[in-house]
Design a protein around this ligand. Structure first.
Ligand code: FES
Ligand SMILES: [Fe+2]
Length: 426
């Protein structure tokens, strides 16, 4: 029998899009080489094997597509994508790329397409399923010019994605080999999405994009990193929303790439664990307006904070009553866009909606959590600039990728790298 490392090296083969890459360092997923966040050839291979490969990608909400013709544009990796509800009520998605000479087909973020989409460049048109159904001057003019008789519209069109939905979330994949979405997620992750979204109709309260000065994988490391949350974020600890000694857990699922970190706020549990560590986050700051922190009872299981990821790019957030979905989009090796959609629910009272918005502001890009996460991603990207062949150390909680009650663990980050390496052949 061959060692796993040998098999990986055989998969680390050059393709048109990516030449052979350096070998992964010794130490398995407890070591991550910094070149993985820097190289153009890694980025190119990700586009081919991760983003065009066998994974599901969050695209939008079903609520974004209320009626026939409603559309949203988004990205799967670098690839621009249109998601649209067709006249049969089905959700369709296809590349946002004209089959003629490649122009964007749809220029808006969202809207309503009556019949379909028409490319502005030379007027080729497409139905709501992405099928080419019109070519301007197909037969030329006065018997001259036009397309040859061998040209068939059915042979041309943007590539289509397979679509699956769960609890109002729309996922898509370019690969026929991606397993069904339910299998991809698994029962545990499904139940954890359900406890936030099942049985109610989400309403979009806000959207914004946070531009991050770092590789997309540094963000996914950060969001799976339950160890940092109560240390970096003064807000969490000071206002007693998340301490590592609260009752909770860390779940690692799928091929390692999905995770859930959760806890129950328990003020009775406050102890000396934090003051003994002498952390910046253990401060005497107080809010002038404590109403920012007053929520309402929403989740019968008492869980006050749950961060969930679906490999490779999706995050579902519940921090007290602030519910949001986040999608990370790579923008080159050293940049990414984090798209936030802040949610309420159809039967919220006005007071409840106000609480959600206040809490979302505390967490979001202009608040006390995600601003810091955006900064540290940039600190890492800049810190490792001259050290491509040195690795990070991921040994908190051991070397496994197993779920645990302790959140003083980097198991979910190791799990991400396990699944990533499998896909990338590294
Ligand atoms: S590029 Fe779209 S019609 Fe020519
Ligand atoms: Fe964070």
């Amino acid at each position: 029998m061959r060692a796993r490392g040998e098999e990986r090296n055989e998969m680390n083969v050059a393709t048109e899009a990516s030449p052979i890459l350096p070998a992964w360092p010794d130490g398995g997923v407890t070591r991550v080489p910094y070149w993985i966040f820097q190289r153009d050839d890694v980025y190119a291979r990700e586009q081919e094997r991760v983003f065009q490969g066998k994974s599901w990608f969050y695209l939008c909400l079903e609520a974004d597509l209320p009626e026939a013709g409603s559309f949203r544009t988004t990205f799967v990796g670098d690839t621009p994508v249109v998601v649209v509800r067709d006249n049969d009520g089905e959700i369709c998605a296809f590349e946002n790329r004209c089959a003629h000479r490649g122009a964007l087909l749809c220029l808006d973020e969202d809207g309503k397409a009556k019949q379909g989409f028409t490319c502005v460049y030379h007027g080729w048109s497409y139905d709501l399923k992405g099928n080419l159904n019109g070519v301007a001057f197909l037969k030329g003019l006065k018997g001259q010019g036009g397309m040859p008789s061998t040209f068939k519209m059915a042979d041309h069109g943007p590539r289509k994605l397979r679509i699956a939905t769960i609890f109002g979330l729309v996922f898509g994949t370019f690969s026929d080999e991606t397993p069904p979405l339910d299998d991809w997620l698994g029962e545990t992750i499904i139940s954890r999405i359900a406890r936030v979204l099942e049985g109610r109709k989400p309403v979009v309260l806000a959207r914004y994009t946070q531009t991050l000065p770092n590789n997309w994988k540094l963000y996914m490391e950060n969001v799976k990193d339950s160890y940092h949350a109560s240390i970096l974020h003064l807000f969490f600890t000071t206002f007693e929303l998340n301490r590592l000694n609260y009752k909770g857990g860390l779940i690692v699922e799928g091929g390692g790439g999905h995770h859930v970190s959760f806890n129950q706020l328990d003020r009775a549990q406050l102890d000396k664990a934090y003051s003994d560590q002498n952390l910046r986050s253990d401060s005497n700051y107080k809010l002038k307006d404590p109403s920012m922190l007053q929520g309402f009872n929403e989740f019968p299981d008492g869980i006050t904070l749950q961060i969930l990821t679906v490999f490779p790019t999706f995050v579902l957030q519940q921090i007290q009553n602030s519910v949001a979905v986040r999608q990370i989009v790579p923008r080159g090796p050293e940049r990414s866009d984090l798209n936030w959609t802040i949610l309420g629910f159809e039967d919220d009272t006005p007071e409840q909606r106000l609480v959600r918005v206040k809490q979302a502001n505390l967490v979001g890009a202009a608040g006390f959590i995600s601003m810091e996460d955006g900064c540290v991603g940039g600190f890492v990207q800049r810190g490792v600039a001259g050290a491509p062949h040195l690795p990070s150390v991921l040994e908190m909680g051991g070397s496994s990728t197993q779920s645990s009650e302790s959140r003083v663990s980097e198991a979910a980050i190791r799990g991400f790298w396990q699944q990533y390496r499998d896909l990338m052949g590294l």
